[in-house]
Design a protein around this ligand. Structure first.
Ligand code: UDX
Length: 472
């Protein structure tokens, strides 16, 4: 009897962070819809993110989940720090390798591995087992490019930094003209000794394995980052700009359909009651406020936000994650009049169904920390942004949003008065100007994921690339 042809088998592995898992799951589901056999690998510790996941076995029969030990003790904090990356590199790697060897005996042989840019042990495993691999980048091309210009910055004397002025602009870097400031570089660039093991580890960790990778898959689109993408492409065999992935998946499967895995996997359960509250608000009147899944704010910052939001006079929907406040002895004591103000004008939740919120007709602006998913989701919903970037790629993304794309404004200081006036600028005086800009960018994103669009074509080429790998 003739043997049934087995589909190409793609293994996904990423760091345990909401903002990375979501776009990668969207990509996994898109590839599974195209007939590829997918295994998504999480650690046992991260399994809790599946709490709210519906049973998808009927809708996505090609998509499988496997769980491995991350090799860390139960009491390890697993917060996303330098130490965490050191630890998982050695401790998780053997477990991933064992899993792939086992998968080869009980499913179609693994054709390639797609791994998160911030961990290179999956690339090492792929190399050791003779399997091709791709690198996935969950943030902008602009930020990805900053890693590759570091040797040149050292050569030109920009690194180590000459002084403490983190706003200092660095000019003349192709692809990053107008948006490169010291603080926009990867965090380890602030280390004073560029020869230190930490500096070298993080530089080589992210760029050193790239020659082994068959290409970079990135959650952006050609028209959004037409300056940085061509420069980034010089460092990889191939770059596939396939974003915005959440919108791509929505367009294939239907908005917020029960079968949308990327939108369902969440660290917290989304409070759907906020949609009922939004239903009662006037058109485009509500400011949505959320700082993503990772950053923490101080109790005093929280209070400034509370004042600024209430004083702006605009209705607001505010996500205050249960773990958002870092409390070094500080207690957030919210005065009674603010609580009353928030009750009259606002709605506060632990976690929101963000994509659905942004598409709600009552929402008029998004106050964000500039996580790349939040920016992409806001663009697709045609919502202008107020940027309050804190860490990592968020800083350069804020410059991209406010200076290049002009679809939002950056909050210049985190005090109640600046917060109030910035909200009024975006939602009153310059409302139409920003709305026009975000409409323009959203249209090009929509074109990109549509038939014949750049992201659409890139994903087709990627799928073909993977299929060819299987044949070889
Ligand atoms: C992290 C980094 O911080 C960010 O800089 C990087 O670009 C991606 O990884 P995170 O901080 O969580 O991400 O922000 P973001 O990229 O915006 O991702 C948050 C995700 O959680 C979004 O997809 C958003 O829809 C979802 N979310 C957020 C909810 O579903 N509900 C919420 O209440 C808040």
């Amino acid at each position: 009897m003739e043997k049934m042809e087995q589909p190409p088998h793609v293994v996904f592995h990423t760091i345990p962070a909401q903002g990375h898992i979501k776009p990668l799951l969207c990509l996994a589901q898109l590839l599974s819809e195209a007939g590829l056999y997918i295994t998504f690998v999480f650690s046992h510790h991260f399994r809790k993110c599946f709490e709210n996941l519906p049973d998808l076995s009927n809708q996505s029969p090609n998509l499988h989940f496997e769980f491995i030990s991350d090799g860390l003790p139960d009491d390890h904090p697993r917060s996303i720090t330098f130490d965490f990356f050191y630890d998982i590199k050695t401790k998780t790697k053997p477990h991933l390798k064992d899993l792939i060897l086992s998968l080869n005996t009980r499913s179609p042989p693994v054709s390639c591995i797609i791994n998160d840019q911030y961990i290179n042990y999956p690339l090492e495993v792929a190399e050791e087992l003779g399997i091709p691999s791709f690198t996935f980048c969950a943030h902008s091309a602009s930020f990805a490019l900053t890693y590759f210009i570091i040797p040149k910055l050292i050569e030109d004397g920009h690194l180590p930094f000459a002084d403490d002025d983190m706003n200092h602009e660095i000019n003349g870097v192709p692809g990053l003209e107008g948006i490169l400031r010291r603080k926009n570089l990867p965090i380890f660039c602030a280390l004073p000794d560029i020869n230190s093991p930490d500096f070298q580890y993080f530089l080589n960790g992210t760029t050193g394995m790239i020659p082994y990778s068959s290409g970079l898959i990135i959650n952006t689109f050609d028209e959004l980052e037409d300056q940085s993408l061509p420069q980034l492409a010089k460092h990889f065999r191939k770059v596939y700009a396939v974003g915005p992935l959440h919108a791509f998946l929505n367009s294939k499967i239907g908005k917020y359909g029960s079968q949308l895995i990327g939108s369902h996997i969440s660290l917290w359960k989304a409070d759907q009651n906020c949609i009922t509250w939004l239903d009662s608000q006037p058109l485009r009147s509500v400011l949505y406020v959320s700082f993503g899944s990772l950053i923490n704010i101080s109790a005093s910052q929280l209070l400034e936000f509370w004042h600024g939001l209430v004083n702006s006079g605009h209705p607001f929907l505010w996500v205050i994650r249960p773990d958002v406040i870092f409390s070094e002895g500080e207690q957030a004591v919210i005065p009674e009049e603010l609580k009353i103000g928030a009750k009259e004008k606002g709605y506060i939740v632990d976690w929101a169904p963000q994509e659905e919120v942004l598409f709600h007709q009552a929402v008029g602006a998004f106050f964000t920390h500039c996580g790349w998913n939040s920016i992409s989701e806001s663009i697709m919903a045609r919502i202008p942004l107020i940027c309050w970037p804190q860490l990592y790629d968020q800083l350069i993304s804020s410059d991209l949003v406010s200076k290049v794309l002009r679809i939002g404004v950056e909050l210049k200081a985190c005090d109640r008065s600046t917060i109030e006036t910035t909200i009024k600028t975006l939602m009153e005086t310059k409302k139409q100007e920003f709305q026009n800009s975000v409409n323009r960018v959203a249209n090009s994103a929509q074109d990109g994921i549509g038939q014949g669009g750049s992201s659409n074509q890139n994903i087709e080429i990627l799928i073909q690339h993977i299929k060819n790998m299987k044949l070889n």
